[in-house]
Design a protein around this ligand. Sequence first.
Ligand code: ADP
Ligand code: MG
Length: 254
Amino acid sequence: MSTPMVRAEGVRKHFGKLEVLKGIDLTVERGQVCCLLGPSGSGKSTFLRCINHLEKVDGGRLAVDGQLVGYRQQGDKLHELREREVAERRRDIGMVFQRFNLFPHMTAVENVMEAPVKVGSVSKSDAREQAQDLLARVGLGDRAHHYPAQLSGGQQQRVAIARALAMRPKLMLFDEPTSALDPELVGDVLDVMRQLAADGMTMVVVTHEIGFAREVGDTAVFMDEGVVVEAGDPRRVLVDPEQERTRAFLSKVL
Ligand code: ADP
Ligand code: MG
């Protein structure tokens, strides 16, 4: 087996006295889609933020692509990453939030090309060309010159996905990407994510879309109150769960 893309072992996180993650064990293999489900407040977003260096882990081990999050290993010594090193690692991880967070004063194509141009990894004209391709890939080839305010929520979210892909990440994190959308706009966003999964992207997806998790997920992880209650094949966990807490949650969201 190759190194997993994400490996969490006993990951802990607290905010003051509040223990939010109480020892999370979770592995995401390369090319797999891991769907994270659980009630509000169970720690799903915090866990994603830990993977993406937005929160510091307080205990346990968390590695992305074999590298400990927040640390650089030299021999058998661990050194805390400097800000610049964190920024470099984060370039390999794309994240899409519930709210699209596009730059309102930039067109779709400008939003998508912003990061590659800023880090100077490509020329502006190459970045523009790649951004056009990415917009086509998310079904918005004809919306490149629209501003976010001229796009529907679902279109904005697809631009946000294209923007996250522009840095050619090896891992994509989605935090309830369809929760803020009108129901009729959800399908297009899920279709883009489904295609991304089919293309082999490694993804961790926090979602309440049980159908998506069942069809697209390689694993489903049910979290509650900072622990993994149950994890495994979505066709089992989300259809015939072993744990009463999973059952109770599913009966509410279905
Ligand atoms: P979920 O995404 O599953 O709804 P979160 O990870 O957002 O859960 O939050 C888990 C718990 O941690 C909640 O009780 C939330 O209020 C708390 N929390 C999250 N971020 C912070 C923070 N920066 N400071 C204090 N408490 C936080
Ligand atoms: Mg959340």
